[in-house]
Design a protein around this ligand. Structure first.
Ligand SMILES: Nc1nc2c(c(=O)[nH]1)N[C@H]1C(S)=C(S)[C@@H](COP(=O)(O)O)O[C@H]1N2
Ligand SMILES: [Mo]
Length: 307
């Protein structure tokens, strides 16, 4: 398996044969699924990625917990609701619209995304604002590789993301728990940071619906809610986008939402966390342990004000 720095990977890199074959398998099965008129959740298809130097070597959270203990309010607010209810979501066909401040607006579809990119295997820490954490082996592509193709203009200061709005398949959207669709946003330099991943799989398979199939964001130095699931729109914007949790409780959830043990949530401490599968709490690390990669993005900012 190739081990190279993420920055060294270019579109011209030769795709390893096994990745290529698995992609063909994926596409073939995807097409078969459509042909048979299958509704609901696509069967998990094996995927493979190159090992990334950004991966942590900490023990991974079990696949059962990663796919069974979720936050995805479109399918209910309890941790086991997404696994029970997300089968109703049809993830094929799927396109993401890319618009706003860019020279080449367009659409991405999952199949061409997989054909055009070398996947990376990234084992990331994941810290939920609620005080628990996991270690998850994602498969995905640096978001920057995708965004650059649409040629953001100099006015593109932020990137806004939107989840699908389809109450017939996302029963949680029938209640106004949040102002649907779920929305998130990043500053452009955060979006372009090599850690920021557009994930299409985990544990060597395509994403399960409860984890945000078919494509979801992963921003490992921020609280989990920034990692928006089942994305259908990405917009380059000049002004800071509204985000679902900030709209719902602005005093509790700011735009930045960087993991920060020194800034408590108004209703609880953020100094420690419980790793799912463990019993003792462990201290929470600044930027979730990714300070080496991202601390420079926030130099000179008051992180209590910009929480
Ligand atoms: N569309 C959407 N995206 C979402 C959420 C959600 O409710 N809706 N929950 C967020 C929260 S709070 C967390 S912790 C992560 C959980 O991701 P996981 O279930 O894959 O671990 O997804 C985030 N993305
Ligand atoms: Mo979360």
């Amino acid at each position: 398996m190739l081990i190279r720095h993420a920055d060294d990977l270019t579109e011209n890199d030769v795709t390893p044969q096994d990745v290529y074959l698995r992609r063909r398998e994926f596409l073939a099965l995807g097409a078969a699924g459509i042909g048979l008129g299958l509704a609901g959740e696509a069967a998990a298809i094996p995927l493979k990625g190159n090992v990334s130097p950004f991966s942590t070597t900490e023990p991974k959270t079990s696949k059962e917990d990663v796919t069974g203990y979720n936050n995805f309010y479109e399918f209910g607010v309890d941790k086991d609701d997404p696994a029970r209810n997300a089968g109703s979501l049809k993830t094929s066909p799927w396109t993401i619209k890319i618009d706003g401040e860019c020279a080449r607006p367009g659409t991405v579809d999952l199949a061409s995304f997989l054909r055009g990119n070398t996947l990376q295997d990234r084992v990331y820490r994941h810290r939920c604002v609620e005080g628990w954490s996991m270690v998850i082996p994602w498969l995905g592509v640096p978001l920057a590789d995708l965004l650059k193709r649409y040629q953001p203009t100099s006015k593109a200061k932020y990137v806004a993301f939107e989840t699908l709005y389809r109450p017939s398949e996302m029963p949680g959207q029938k209640r106004r728990v949040l102002d649907w669709p779920y929305r998130e946003g990043l500053r452009i330099d955060e979006a372009m940071n090599p850690l920021t991943l557009m994930a299409v799989g985990l544990y060597g398979e395509t994403l399960k619906n409860q984890n945000g199939a078919p494509m979801r964001l992963v921003v490992p130095w921020k609280y989990g809610f920034k990692s928006i699931k089942s994305i259908v729109r990405i917009s380059f914007t000049e002004t800071q986008p509204r985000t679902a949790w900030n709209l719902s409780a602005p005093q509790e959830y700011g735009f930045y939402s960087n993991v920060n043990p020194q800034v408590d949530h108004p209703r609880w401490s953020q100094a420690s966390e419980r790793r799912i599968g463990e019993f003792r709490r462990r201290p929470t690390l600044m930027f979730n342990g990714y300070g080496e990669q991202v601390a420079s993005l926030y130099r000179g900012m008051d992180l209590k004000k910009f929480f």
